[in-house]
Write a protein that binds this ligand. Structure first.
Ligand code: SF4
Length: 315
């Protein structure tokens, strides 16, 4: 793995863009909490699992190209690179260490993610590890999720954070936004019942909201019990795709009055408004966008033929 570019600040967040050979590009992120502090309390790594993504969600630049799955070693090399930058050994000495499988690529489309989760405790020592996986739950991934549940029970139990990308309660809109066949709300709820353990982390239902997104908390209540699920509301990031699809983010800062948030709360849900630090967002929250930018500026058809051709379709 060769780092082509790094963007950001060591004491806030850094995005690394890496070449994995054969024209395969990927990106990963280190984010530090609290930002600009002398001593780090929480370190978050956000990893890619595919080279691009075949799902092509309407707001995500990672879906502008796709050239295959990452191997377990490709995923570990993202972790290793960031660990070695800060820690001499594989002992990650911070109060909380979170690894999110949520950068480029739908993680359930790559079984290597399961190998990484199995192997992780053997490779690294850390006092409080939080693995986190964010998914749109595509059809055909049932085996992945059955195995994920086994791994969770064997290695992580209460610390595992599972997140489903819901984004709207309207099925037609969801299908337009995330254009692959996905689990129904009922299927997500049934799997979650098996996954959730009392005392463990609640399962997160993610909503990246546009100002015109149809949302009805009443529809959600039919399947998702507030005792088991919490709601996370995030902005739609200003990606190339979001721009070309004319999205207008419903939330922009952490201080606004948001009626949808209140409706979720009065339906009994715990709600997290996850807006993040402005500076951190500028650095790295726009999944896939840095690679698209890089390709637009420096694209070489010889070096990155597939990525170059497809990524340039992203306006
Ligand atoms: S949001 Fe996730 S599933 Fe959708 S295109 Fe981006 S990486 Fe793929």
């Amino acid at each position: 793995m060769k780092i082509l570019k790094q963007i950001g600040k060591d004491d806030i967040a850094t995005v690394f863009i890496a070449d994995f050979g054969n024209g395969k590009l990927s990106e990963f992120v280190e984010s530090v909490h609290p930002p600009r502090a002398k001593s780090i309390k929480k370190l978050v790594y956000i990893l890619s699992t595919l080279y691009g993504c075949p799902v092509q969600c309407k707001f995500c630049d990672a879906g502008g190209f796709y050239s295959g799955k990452q191997s377990a070693e490709d995923i570990f090399s993202q972790i290793d690179y960031m660990v070695k930058k800060r820690f001499a050994s594989n002992k990650i000495d911070v109060e909380r260490f979170k690894v999110q499988f949520s950068r480029m690529g739908e993680p359930s489309m790559n079984p290597s993610v399961l190998d990484v989760l199995r192997e992780f405790p053997k490779r690294y020592e850390t006092p409080c590890f939080i693995p986190s996986l964010s998914t749109i739950a595509p059809n055909g991934t049932e085996d992945f999720f059955d195995r994920l549940l086994e791994i969770k029970k064997e290695f992580y139990d209460d610390s595992f954070q599972l997140q489903f990308s819901i984004h709207s309660t309207d099925e037609k809109y969801r299908n337009w936004l995330m254009p692959v066949n996905k689990w129904s709300f009922k299927a997500i709820a049934e799997y979650s019942k098996r996954f959730y353990s009392k005392g463990g982390k609640k399962i997160t239902l993610n909503f990246a909201l546009d100002s015109k997104t149809p949302v009805n908390p009443g529809d959600l209540l039919k399947c998702f019990d507030p005792e088991t699920f919490l709601i996370k509301i995030t902005p739609i990031n200003p990606t190339h795709k979001a721009y070309s699809n004319k999205f207008d983010s419903y939330v922009n800062d952490g201080n606004g009055e948001y009626s949808v948030l209140k409706e979720f709360e009065s339906s009994g849900y715990e709600v997290i408004l996850s807006v993040g630090e402005l500076e951190e967002n500028d650095i790295g929250s726009n999944c896939g966008q840095h690679i698209v930018n890089l390709l637009k500026q420096n694209v070489s058809d010889k070096e990155y033929p597939l990525l170059g051709r497809v990524a340039l379709d992203v306006k």
